[in-house]
Design a protein around this ligand. Structure first.
Ligand SMILES: O=C(O)CCC(=O)C(=O)O
Ligand SMILES: [Fe+2]
Length: 347
């Protein structure tokens, strides 16, 4: 069973051969299809790295959490959280199951291949059609239950995978909601506004889980793990295993690595939060670079309202900079225009 979010993707039709990731196990050299030229600049910071400012790590139980989250959303569009209430055992289980999935032989993974007009299952990154070269990445997307695809992968042992993914999504949904409330409070939303927001369905959530795998790469300097993009929904909560790779772009600084911190989760703001906050908060532009020694696994939870909900700058913020859009309409714009999307709904 899938949730309505998957319906927002049915208009896109990608030929099946363009959905299949490389069989990373079978290659010893970077194939031409995966060589990005010119090599992505500024990818490995050197002696400057320790001097770079980085997004904060915020204790969700801190007395001044609203101020801390508000400042991070304004300055960075990203922060890491600790004391988030997600049991570390559950995070470890989700990572172990992601690893188990991606370590299956290529022909088995293809049994769960995303369909040409589908949104869920195994395949390349959704943003792939926007780029000439392919990414050093494979993904698996879950919206609602993963059972149909999991049965294809493990006909006799799919329940445990599904249970772990379900539990993790429930936990993610509740902490995403908590973080959304803190962020709205930081924007000055009071009880009266909250009533209006409830009727706009903003508080009813619709989430997706994205498992990502970036195998170690024979020539990481010429490869791209995940090309630069902003996420579409209100916010993303990301678990990264103990392998570097995530970077964010900041004007005037360049690409800044976001190192994994054991037990912490990364929070990214997406385009819908950018719209809702009237650009007081920023959708963060980010990418992943591969490395030649270890395999990076990540699990992202994308949190946003149902696809028929209307998102517009909060009424109390002066001079709206964006017109109102339904989530479905915005996903459609993003599927066609990627990073130009926000400017296309600007007023
Ligand atoms: O794997 C990562 O570190 C980032 C993943 C990501 O940006 C995404 O899935 O949108
Ligand atoms: Fe992302």
């Amino acid at each position: 069973m899938e949730t309505s979010l998957s319906q927002a993707y049915t208009d896109t039709h990608i030929p099946p051969h363009q959905i299949i990731p490389l069989d990373f196990e079978s290659v010893r050299e970077l194939p031409e299809s995966h060589i990005w030229t010119p090599a992505v600049e500024d990818r490995h910071h050197n002696e400057r790295e320790e001097l770079l400012p980085v997004p904060p790590v915020i204790d969700l139980g801190a007395p001044d959490v609203t101020e801390l989250v508000g400042n991070a959303c304004r300055r960075w569009g990203m922060f890491q959280v600790t004391n988030h209430g997600v049991p570390l055992g559950l995070v470890d289980d989700v990572e172990a199951h992601a690893r188990r999935l991606f370590e299956l032989p290529a022909d088995r993974k293809l049994k769960a291949l995303r369909s040409p007009s589908g949104a869920t299952g195994y395949g390349v990154a959704r943003i792939s059609p926007f780029f000439d070269k392919l990414m050093w990445h494979e993904g698996f997307t879950i919206m609602g239950s993963a059972v149909d695809h999991a049965k294809q992968l493990w006909p006799h042992r799919y329940e445990e995978f599904c249970d772990v993914m379900d539990n993790y999504q429930k936990k993610m949904k509740s902490i995403a909601y908590k973080i959304l409330l803190i962020a709205l409070k930081a924007l000055g939303v009071d009880e009266e506004d909250e009533e209006k927001i409830s009727s706009s369905m903003l508080y009813e959530s619709n989430g997706a889980l994205q498992l990502n795998s970036y195998p170690s790469c024979p020539n990481p300097r010429q490869a791209v793990g995940l090309a630069p993009h902003t996420d579409t929904q209100l916010l993303t909560i990301l678990h990264q295993n103990n392998t570097n790779g995530l970077q964010i772009f900041q004007q005037g600084i360049g690409w800044i690595p976001i190192p994994p911190i054991p037990g912490a989760l990364v929070v990214n703001l997406g385009d819908l939060m950018h719209i809702l906050s009237n650009a007081c908060f920023h959708a963060v532009y980010h990418r992943v670079v591969p490395n030649d020694t270890s395999h990076r696994f990540t699990v992202g939870y994308f949190y946003g309202p149902p696809i028929e909900a209307v998102v517009a700058p909060l009424a109390k913020l002066p001079s709206p900079r964006f017109r109102a859009v339904t989530v479905k309409e915005y996903i459609g714009i993003k599927n066609k225009h990627l990073e130009k999307s926000l400017s296309l709904i600007g007023i």
